[in-house]
Write a protein that binds this ligand. Structure first.
Ligand code: ATP
Ligand code: RI2
Length: 192
């Protein structure tokens, strides 16, 4: 793979604000030509609360995976998620591609693209904050919220290509920190 291009993995527990921060960054960085924010394929019905995604029927997802449609895929919360394969070409062509992924696929991404082509933005907030946000979002029922909170500490995210972003304050502060984490990293902001 050429030396340009970067895959930026936005990770963190459910409810921490990944999609909200990504939406804000997508809006604020839309004039920055080399940065893109692809949509994920998810076996969740269209029109659900939260992120805009590419809805895929469960029966179709496994076939798509077998056919190589996804660069990265995983299961969580009784759903399947996939990052479209074209992301690999985008990175190879010098794009900075920013996506929300499971913490479980960080190692896969590094193995596929090489450590030099992967950055991780680990979004953090404490458990009480997660609970309040999941309840306020209202997309999941009480049992699903408990399962999501139980999963919150299931993964340790550490390593030398990781930037931690605290989203424990108000939204504007969280957005400012997230954008700063993108803009301060020359590898993310300046690759063209
Ligand atoms: N800094 C913040 N202050 C207040 N509310 C926030 C903040 N950040 C996000 N939220 C709210 O918290 C809820 C959860 O955010 P969001 O859906 O973006 O989380 P997520 O990390 O993408 O979760 P999931 O992994 O479940 O998709 C949303 O309703 C969002 O509006
Ligand atoms: O706990 P881990 O595996 O890191 O994250 C699992 C998945 O859970 C969330 O799903 P959703 O967006 O709420 O459907 C995240 O977006 C991520 O894709």
């Amino acid at each position: 793979m050429a030396k340009t291009g970067l895959l930026v993995l936005v990770v963190g527990p459910s409810g921490v604000g990944k999609d909200t921060l990504l939406d804000a960054a997508r809006e604020r960085l839309k004039g920055v030509g080399h940065i893109c924010f692809p949509r994920r394929c998810i076996t969740r019905p269209a029109g659900s609360v939260g992120e805009i995604h590419i809805p895929v029927r469960s029966e179709d997802f496994s076939q798509m995976a077998r056919q190589g449609a996804f660069l990265l895929s995983w299961k969580a919360h009784d759903l399947c998620y996939g990052i479209p394969r074209h992301v690999q070409d985008d990175v190879a062509h010098g794009k900075t591609v920013i996506v929300n992924v499971s913490r479980s696929v960080i190692d896969d991404a590094c193995a596929l693209l090489g450590h030099d082509h992967v950055r991780v933005l680990n979004i953090r907030a404490n458990r009480d904050v997660l609970r309040k946000r999941l309840e306020a979002r209202g997309r999941e029922d009480a049992l699903d919220i408990e399962r999501r909170l139980a999963r919150a500490s299931a993964y340790q995210v550490d390593g030398n290509n990781i930037v931690h972003v605290d989203n424990d304050a108000d939204l504007e502060t969280g957005i400012a920190r997230f954008i700063a984490a993108i803009e301060i990293d020359p590898a993310i902001a300046n690759r063209a």
